[in-house]
Design a protein around this ligand. Structure first.
Ligand code: DGP
Length: 114
């Protein structure tokens, strides 16, 4: 089982600007924001990468995306738009090995990403 900086945030061992939580999901502002809104949605139960997900995790993965969409609606930028991203391993640019969904919003995001 991985223990990363995100597990420490879950255990409140280090501070984070938490914007949402429920029994399965925690969401907090990214320390190094890439857009005016940059929130990370993570499962409380750690999973290093998307590669480690199985069919048993389908509901949890859905909850992460639904929590991100609900936050976008609550904060009023859902109609304007936003992006959700899951980076996986080296080429995906993953640096913290506790699966997370990035929610980016508040500016026009470019495509393709760099
Ligand atoms: P990724 O590159 O996809 O693994 O994204 C990891 C993100 O986590 C990155 O955008 C920066 C953020 N991050 C790293 N350490 C911390 C931390 O201690 N607190 C917060 N809030 N965010 C962090």
């Amino acid at each position: 089982m991985s223990d990363t900086i995100f597990s420490k945030i879950i255990r409140r061992e280090i501070p984070a600007d938490i914007v949402y939580e429920d029994n399965d999901v925690l969401a907090f502002r990214d320390l190094n924001p890439q857009a005016p809104v940059h929130v990370l949605f993570i499962p409380r139960q750690p999973m290093p990468t998307l590669n480690d997900a199985t069919a048993a995790d389908a509901e949890l993965l859905g909850k992460l995306l639904l929590a991100a969409a609900a936050y976008a609606k609550q904060e009023g930028f859902a109609e304007q738009g936003y992006r959700t991203v899951v980076n996986c391993n080296e080429d995906g640019g993953q640096t913290v090995f506790h699966l997370h969904v990035h929610l980016l919003a508040g500016r026009r995001l470019h495509w393709p990403p760099g």
